[in-house]
Ligand binder design. Structure first.
Ligand SMILES: Nc1ncnc2c1ncn2[C@@H]1O[C@H](COP(=O)(O)OP(=O)(O)OP(=O)(O)O)[C@@H](O)[C@H]1O
Length: 542
């Protein structure tokens, strides 16, 4: 907890076993609390003792498993939405490769952090497969002479580089670049430690590459490797001092890619609300249920079909209380485009209703829709203003609203083609569940590529939140609304009465339709005109 408050740079120190087991090492003391005391072989008395503090210190007897045990929680936090960076630092021959790649061999005991971390990610992914779908991408690059090379590229020429790990000519150049990288890393760490406004990430490819993992938005683990031999003391002290500096950097709490977790939580909430809604639905008397063949567009199963076919119903239902709802036609970018979810001929809002006037929106078997319409196929509204006017019987705006949100959330999801859907709201929720993977895939891509998709995931979170609010309103307000519906006359609904009246009338219309959707009972004398407010439509608004 203290660490989280302090920041998210952790420093583990690992001491390689001495090559000569008989030789005296510079390690004087290793504390459980992460303290390390080294002693200068040239000053074996008190002044020669240097004390350092890290998060953990692994002595020469520590195994790969020991090291990974303390690394695993960090690795797992990737799956919870954090960017995590683990890197090894230290003089040549101090054990960096051993820790990160392992000594080699098939046994997991020989695995390094890289393999163990991937194993952990795959295991976790498997454990959560019922609730989450992860995509894991692996990239391997080498920074050589300030050139980044993709080591997993198909073209070997791209991966080939001269090994020269002599210090002349190109080797000298290489050494200079390595020094530059490390020096830049040091500069970045110093700037972070000093809380400078400018952090010089761009000074080297290494820091540029690690930018997202060195800043305050990520969790970082540094393995500081040291050799225990006396003749490495100078390098060891240098490494330990740098590691101490890194450890002193206080970045503040890492910023979780919280949208991902939010999505998880919201999904759990959806599950709860789903049950509550289903219960409510079960308690609500279902009367005047039309036959399947003559089902009106206000019935939930139809709306469900619309959802599952990927219709853009949001502008028609979800925003029923919004001015623009009646005025603005669904815009193409918002509409569920055919290439994303192609609809089948059987899909759509086939209301089986007789043709209506040109102001009617949901005409069954209506030919070509307006290009601006979010509705697809035959049922597209003929005009932007015709969305609710066309309703002979109350549509189920609430279920449509729920669905429309899901449509947006699951924009890239696989289309569900069947139109033979049950009449309860469960299919709605089912469609949510079926699209879990989609919601989380973005979330997974976000872990992989870090920042770029955050806003996308955030959008899904807020969409789901809106959806939850809608469901919550349905559950909490249904009784009251039903009561109102039974006792009161329908509120004047006049979406075509222009500016001043339009908002309230549209909202009333939405409430009315929601009441209807909850109960499934058509409102008395719910003609098209009465559902819109009973007044004639002014010419100016037609
Ligand atoms: N914890 C360890 N236990 C046993 N052997 C180790 C350990 N760490 C390192 N070694 C051995 O020490 C030698 C040097 O280790 P390694 O190659 O990992 O160092 P390095 O820091 O990667 O070196 P370089 O920077 O030169 O690549 C190797 O033979 C390795 O097997």
């Amino acid at each position: 907890m203290v660490q989280d408050l302090k920041g998210n740079i952790r420093v583990y120190c690992r001491i390689r076993p001495a090559f000569d087991a008989e030789a005296k090492t510079i390690v004087d003391f290793i504390g459980e609390d992460g303290s390390l005391v080294v002693i200068d072989p040239l000053k074996p008395w008190k002044d020669g003792r240097k004390i350092f503090d890290f998060n953990r210190v692994f002595g020469s007897s520590a195994t790969q498993e020991d090291v990974f045990r303390d690394t695993k929680p960090l690795v797992r936090s990737v799956m919870d939405g954090y960017n995590v960076c683990i890197f090894a630092y230290g003089q040549t021959g101090s054990g960096k490769t051993y820790t990160m790649s392992g000594p080699g061999g098939d046994s997991t005991k020989k695995f390094g952090i890289n393999q163990l971390a991937l194993n952990a990610l795959f295991l976790l992914s498997d454990e959560r497969k019922d609730i989450m779908s992860y995509k894991i991408h692996v990239q391997m690059v080498k920074i050589y002479n300030e050139q980044i090379r993709d080591l997993l590229a198909d073209d070997p020429l791209l991966t080939k580089y001269p090994f020269i790990s002599e210090v002349t000519g190109d080797g000298l150049k290489e050494a200079q670049h390595i020094n530059k990288s490390l020096s830049c890393l040091g500069d970045v760490i110093t700037a972070l430690a000093q809380k400078n406004s400018h952090i010089p990430y761009r000074n080297s490819k290494l820091t540029l590459l690690l930018q997202n993992s060195l800043g305050g938005h990520a969790k970082m683990l540094m393995f500081a490797h040291v050799s225990p031999e006396g003749d490495s003391f100078g390098e060891t002290i240098s490494t330990l001092k740098f590691a101490q500096r890194v450890s002193s950097v206080e970045l503040g709490a890492a910023r979780l890619n919280k949208e991902s977790v939010e999505v998880l939580e919201l999904k759990a909430e959806i599950e709860t609300l789903k049950k509550a809604l289903a219960n409510k639905e079960a308690l609500t008397p279902q009367t005047n249920k039309p036959k399947e063949a003559s089902r009106t567009p206000f019935q939930k199963p139809k709306a469900t079909a619309e959802l599952q076919e990927g219709y853009d119903v949001t502008k028609l239902y979800d925003q029923a209380g919004n001015d623009s709802f009646m005025k603005t036609p669904p815009s193409p970018p918002f509409a569920f485009r055919s290439q994303d979810t192609p609809q089948t001929p059987a899909s759509g809002l086939k209301y089986q209703q007789p043709p209506r006037s040109p102001t009617s929106g949901f005409k069954s078997q209506q030919p070509p829709r307006s290009p601006t319409s979010g509705f697809k196929s035959q049922q597209a509204p003929q005009s932007p203003t015709s969305a609710l006017k066309s309703c002979n019987a109350p549509r189920s705006p609430t279920s449509a609203a729920i669905k429309s949100q899901v449509v947006k959330t699951t924009y890239n999801r696989t289309r569900i083609s069947s139109l033979q859907l049950p009449k309860t709201p469960e299919p709605l929720i089912t469609s949510i569940s079926e699209n879990k993977a989609g919601m989380q895939s973005n979330r997974t891509i976000l872990s992989e590529f870090q920042n770029p998709l955050t806003s996308s995931t955030h959008g899904k979170g807020s969409q789901i939140r809106r959806l939850l609010r809608t469901i919550g309103k349905l559950i909490n307000g249904s009784d009251r609304k039903n009561q109102q519906k039974r006792t009161g006359a329908a509120a004047p609904l006049s979406p075509f009465s222009c500016q001043n009246e339009e908002k309230s009338s549209t909202a009333s219309n939405a409430r009315t339709l929601r009441r209807q959707s909850l109960t499934g009972i058509p409102l008395p004398t719910m003609s098209r005109r009465s559902s819109l407010g009973g007044g004639s439509v002014p010419d100016s608004c037609k």
